[in-house]
Design a protein around this ligand. Structure first.
Ligand SMILES: O=C(O)CCC(=O)C(=O)O
Length: 254
């Protein structure tokens, strides 16, 4: 069944995320990673480098140590049929319809990438809510994070604060780059509830665009790969003239 149960939908409403275990077959994960490795070795643009992410501790320039390490293969939807297939397949769209309604759109402007976390160099991602960087009429968007291999603390998995998508957070709780400050009260007590999103190959994490999340560095010998796509209801339109509205949306209405 390509749908969340009523209990799972209630869990998403409460926690702001859900993990669908084993949704993608191992062979498909391996095929998606092969495409990513091919695009990495051929340097197929558009790419985002560690020196461009502006995360705390990221290299300041291309020529700084780690500066030329690829962090994201951007525009995944346009890169390969395999990515298009998984971004729009019934297993994903059916579940998203329960969260966002039947008239779905995939945003090509946000996420829509293969996240790569390189063992030789990777910066940590600070606490943030994706919606603070995006411009839509409403804050109701959901991202699907496909683990293309195991994700755990050692290789830099995501950390989540359950229920934070429902919190009213004030502008002064963020720094100038819109990261949620971890070092000040009351933020530090909000972050006490954090938990790692440990995933196995083929698991898909669905999370709300207001959910506070962060991620660590990769301390293992293997690159970590994840495919990530963002969705919203057709009626929740990107604001004209914003980055969110800068690329055509993909209509997934059944
Ligand atoms: O670096 C990571 O693994 C997390 C990235 C992330 O949270 C984001 O792009 O919103």
């Amino acid at each position: 069944m390509n749908a969340f149960t009523p209990a799972e939908l209630a869990q998403f409403d409460r926690d702001g995320f859900l993990i669908a275990r084993g949704l993608v077959a191992r062979s498909s994960c391996e095929a998606m990673k092969s495409v990513a490795r091919r695009h990495l070795s051929a340097n197929i643009e558009p790419l985002e480098y560690e020196s461009q992410v502006r995360y705390p501790g990221a290299p300041a320039s291309f020529d700084a140590p780690g500066g030329r390490t690829v962090r994201r293969l951007l525009q995944a939807y346009a890169r390969d049929e395999l990515y298009r297939h998984w971004a729009t397949c019934p297993e994903i769209v059916g579940r998203l319809s329960g969260l966002l309604g039947p008239e779905l759109r995939l945003s090509q402007a946000h996420h829509n990438c293969i996240m790569t976390k390189n063992p030789a160099f990777s910066s940590a991602t600070g606490w943030h809510q994706d919606i603070r960087y995006w411009s839509f009429e409403e804050t109701q968007l959901v991202s699907a994070w496909f683990a293309l291999g195991p994700e755990h603390e050692e290789n830099g998995c995501l950390w989540l604060v359950p229920g934070s998508h429902l919190m009213e957070l004030r502008p002064e709780q963020y720094d100038g780059d819109l990261f949620f400050r971890a070092d000040v009260l009351p933020n530090s007590s909000v972050l006490e509830a954090k938990q790692p999103a440990e995933l196995d190959e083929g698991d898909v994490l669905f999370f709300h665009s207001r959910l506070l999340h962060a991620a660590g560095r990769n301390h293992t010998d293997l690159t970590k790969f994840a495919a990530v796509f963002t969705y919203h209801a057709a009626e929740n339109r990107p604001l004209p003239g914003s980055r969110s509205g800068s690329l055509p949306e993909i209509d997934l209405t059944a």
